[in-house]
Design a protein. Structure first.
Length: 202
């Protein structure tokens, strides 16, 4: 075995030298809203109801059962998610930009989760880049049960996801950002006003 896949990844797709696996997401959707009842109703929670300290909230497919670019397969049914894991910038543990906010879907085909981005300079920049569609999602994990594949790579049957990251270069082409909610209004009075309109329109 030429590598031991038991460390969370450090952008292995760029350097080709770090140990672990990187699972990715690609596509972003961005909702724009106008200040009228019908649009606010259609936009749902877009910006108006994001809590204090948050720049954005998004859902993403964290992993799927597809063979990734490293020829690895990760079984979604074997994924164990750390309920307190951080959302990092480019797998850098010194640059947290948010947190995991819950699992949306977890079955044999994929894991979908919700994340919150902090309203910090880096968090706001990351949100702007998500709007442009230039960031994707990856995760770092600790292997619990795996075996080598005859075609190369590894088959991970059980693994613990210990961090998720917004990254530039993905490994799993099927993982995607599914929705993006951003803070549309800056001042507290305007956010409260918009939320009031949105609630009445529902």
């Amino acid at each position: 075995m030429d590598r031991v896949p038991d460390r969370w990844c450090l952008a292995r797709k760029v350097s080709g030298s770090s140990q672990g696996v990187e699972i990715d997401a690609m596509k972003t959707n961005h909702k724009f809203i106008d200040l009228d009842q019908s649009t606010l109703k259609a936009a749902g929670t877009d910006g108006a109801s994001l809590g204090e300290g948050l720049a954005a909230e998004f859902t993403a497919t964290v992993t799927t059962r597809d063979v990734d670019r490293d020829k690895d397969i990760l079984e979604p049914s074997g994924a164990v998610l750390d309920q307190k894991m951080p959302l990092l910038w480019q797998h850098d543990a010194t640059q947290p930009i948010g947190k995991y906010a819950g699992t949306v879907e977890h079955d044999s085909e994929r894991v979908v989760a919700k994340f919150q981005v902090a309203d910090t300079p880096l968090g706001r920049d990351a949100t702007a880049l998500m709007k442009l569609g230039v960031l994707r999602v990856s995760h770092g994990f600790r292997a619990l049960d795996f075996e080598p594949r005859k075609d190369g790579g590894f088959h991970f049957k059980r693994f613990e996801i210990i961090e998720c990251s917004l990254v530039s270069i993905p490994a799993n082409e099927q993982a995607q950002i599914l929705s993006l909610t951003t803070k549309s209004f800056e001042s507290a009075p305007i956010r409260a006003w918009a939320e009031n309109i949105r609630t009445k329109a529902m």
